[in-house]
Design a binder for this molecule. Structure first.
Ligand code: NAP
Length: 442
C-alpha cells in the first residue's frame, strides 16, 4: 500500500455545501489520496453552532467555533461559510499561515478578489474557486488553464438557477412572474428574500469573476451593469415567443473595441447582466429548469458550452473537492501558486457605450402616419430598423383602436437607444412602451 504524505485540511462551514464536502472527504478518503498524492486529513470544522443538526453524519468532536486555532497549522483551508466577514479575515489568515485555500464564496471574490489574490501571490500560495461561478460546472479551470493559449472574445452565461427556473416556467406554461416565484420559494429554488437572485446581484458577482479571469483584468463589481427579471411579464414573454426568441437572464462578458477607451489598442471589455432575448435555436435556449450554462466564444477554439447544475450542496461539493485535490498536489509540489493574471488591465466600458440589437414593443394609436413618425424618431436617434410587425390590440368601436408595434433593430449604441426610447415615449403617438429588450446570441 502506498504511504502517502499527510495533509491537514481545515473546513470552515458545514451548511449545504460544507457538510457534503466533509462527508465525501471522509467517505472517499482513499480514492482522493490516490488522486492527490497525499492523504487528506479533515482535522476540524468551524461553525457557529457545533451542536446544530447536519445534513451528513459527522463526528461531533470535529466541530469547533474557533476557526483561528483550526486554520493555523492547516495545509489546506476550505472556506464554505459564505459572506464577507469572517470569511475574508479567515482566508487571509490561512494564506499568511502558509495554507492553500479553496472557496466557493462568489460574494467575497467579487468584492475582495484582488486583495485575496495579492495576499496569495505574496506568499506563493494558491486560491482555488471552481465552485464560485456556476456550482458544479467546470468553468474556472477551463478559462484559466484549458483556454490559457487562446483569446476569449465573449462569454454568455446562464449563471443563476433561480431566475432560469422562473423564466423557463413563465415561457413554457405562460405563468405570471409572482406565481412562479412563490412556487420556487415553496420548492426551495428561491430564498425567502429573493432579491439577490431575481434582481441579478448573484449573477453580477459571477460575471465579475468570469470576466476577470477571461480578460486578465480585475473587474470590480461596481463596473458590472445589472438588471433583474422582475419586470418581465406574460405579455413580454408572449411577444418573445411569437418572434422566435426565449428570455434568459444572461451574464455577458465581452471584449470590444471602444473609440473612447484610453487603452493603447482601443480594446476594452463590457460586463453586464440583464434579461435578454436569445433565438430559440441558440444552445443557451435549451437550458431548462434551474440548470446553468456558460457559452464561451474564443478566437481559436470557437464556440464552447459548459452545462449542468449551478447549485445544490452535493453538486457544488464536487467542484470544491476537485479544487482540494489540485490544492493538495500543488501543496506537495511547492513552487509558485496558481496566480491570477490581471496583466491586460482593460477598461470596463459603461453600459451606454455598449452596442447590441434590441426589440422594442410599443402600443400606439392605430392611425395613419403613426408608423412613419415612429420610424422617423428611430432614424433621428441613429437606431436602424431591421424588422417591424404591427398587430391590432383593441378593435372596440367605442374606443380609439390601439395597435402594438414590435420593432427589431440592427446593432445600436445603448445610449442612443435609450435616448430614442425616451423620445418615443414623449412623442404623443406612443401610448405605452411595453418593453425594450436586448437581443443576444444572433
Ligand atoms: P450555508 O448552508 O448557509 O452554510 C454556512 C455554514 O457556515 C454553516 O455551517 C454555518 O455554521 C457556517 N458559518 C456561517 N457564518 C459563520 C461564522 N461567522 N463562523 C463560523 N461558521 C460560520 O451555506 P452554503 O449554501 O453551504 O454556501 C457556502 C458557500 O458556498 C457560500 O459562499 C455560497 O455562496 C457558496 N455556494 C453555495 C452553493 C449552494 O448550492 N448552496 C452553490 C455554489 C456556491 P452553522 O451551521 O453553525 O450556522
Amino acid at each position: 500500500m502506498t504511504e502517502f504524505r499527510r495533509l491537514r485540511v481545515a473546513l470552515l462551514g458545514a451548511g449545504a455545501v460544507g457538510s457534503q464536502v466533509a462527508d465525501l472527504l471522509r467517505r472517499h478518503g482513499d480514492e482522493l489520496a490516490d488522486r492527490a498524492g497525499a492523504a487528506l486529513d479533515l482535522v476540524g470544522i468551524a461553525v457557529r453552532n457545533p451542536d446544530a443538526p447536519r445534513e451528513a453524519d459527522l463526528p461531533r468532536e470535529l466541530f469547533t467555533t474557533d476557526s483561528e486555532q483550526l486554520i493555523v497549522g492547516a495545509d489546506i483551508v476550505i472556506e464554505l461559510m459564505g459572506g464577507i466577514e469572517p470569511a475574508r479575515r479567515d482566508i487571509l489568515l490561512a494564506l499568511s499561515s502558509g495554507a492553500d485555500v479553496v472557496t466557493a464564496n462568489k460574494a467575497l471574490l467579487a468584492t475582495h478578489g484582488p486583495e485575496i489574490f495579492d495576499a496569495a501571490d505574496q506568499v506563493g500560495a494558491s486560491v482555488y474557486y471552481e465552485a464560485a461561478a456556476a456550482g458544479a460546472i467546470p468553468i474556472i479551470r477551463p478559462l484559466r488553464d484549458s483556454l490559457a493559449g487562446d483569446r476569449v472574445q465573449r462569454i454568455m452565461g446562464i449563471v443563476n438557477g433561480t431566475t432560469n427556473y422562473i423564466l423557463d416556467r413563465m415561457d413554457t406554461e405562460g405563468s405570471e412572474f409572482a406565481d412562479v416565484l412563490a412556487d420556487a420559494q415553496r420548492l426551495g429554488y428561491a430564498e425567502a428574500d429573493p432579491t439577490a437572485d431575481v434582481e441579478g446581484y448573484d449573477a453580477a458577482q459571477k460575471a465579475a469573476i468570469l470576466a476577470s479571469l477571461a480578460f486578465h483584468t480585475a473587474v470590480p463589481l461596481e463596473a458590472v451593469h445589472r438588471e433583474g427579471i422582475s419586470r418581465i411579464d406574460t405579455q413580454t414573454m408572449d411577444a418573445a415567443r411569437h418572434a422566435g426568441y426565449v428570455i434568459k437572464l444572461l451574464a455577458v462578458c465581452e471584449r470590444l473595441i471602444d473609440a473612447e477607451s484610453d487603452s493603447p489598442t482601443g480594446e476594452a471589455i463590457s460586463v453586464r447582466v440583464y434579461p435578454a432575448l436569445i433565438p430559440r435555436e441558440h444552445p443557451l435556449a435549451s437550458v431548462h429548469g434551474a440548470n446553468n450554462a456558460v457559452f464561451v466564444q474564443a478566437e481559436a477554439a470557437g464556440n464552447l458550452m459548459f452545462y449542468g447544475a449551478g447549485a445544490g450542496g452535493v453538486q457544488t461539493a464536487s467542484a470544491v473537492l476537485g479544487d482540494v485535490v489540485s490544492a493538495a498536489r500543488r501543496h506537495i509540489a511547492g513552487g509558485v501558486g496558481v496566480g491570477e493574471s490581471t496583466r491586460a488591465n482593460l477598461p470596463v466600458v459603461p453600459i451606454g457605450r455598449v452596442t447590441t440589437r434590441y426589440q422594442i414593443t410599443l402600443e400606439v394609436s392605430d392611425e395613419p402616419g403613426v408608423l412613419a413618425t415612429v420610424a422617423g424618431i428611430l432614424s433621428e436617434g441613429r437606431v436602424s430598423i431591421a424588422t417591424v410587425e404591427q398587430t391590432l390590440v383593441t378593435d372596440d368601436e367605442s374606443r380609439p383602436a390601439v395597435a402594438r408595434i414590435v420593432i427589431g433593430t440592427h446593432t445600436a449604441r445603448e445610449q442612443d437607444l435609450s435616448d430614442t426610447v425616451d423620445r418615443l415615449a414623449a412623442s404623443g403617438v406612443v401610448g405605452r412602451v411595453v418593453s425594450v429588450l436586448r437581443v443576444e446570441g444572433t
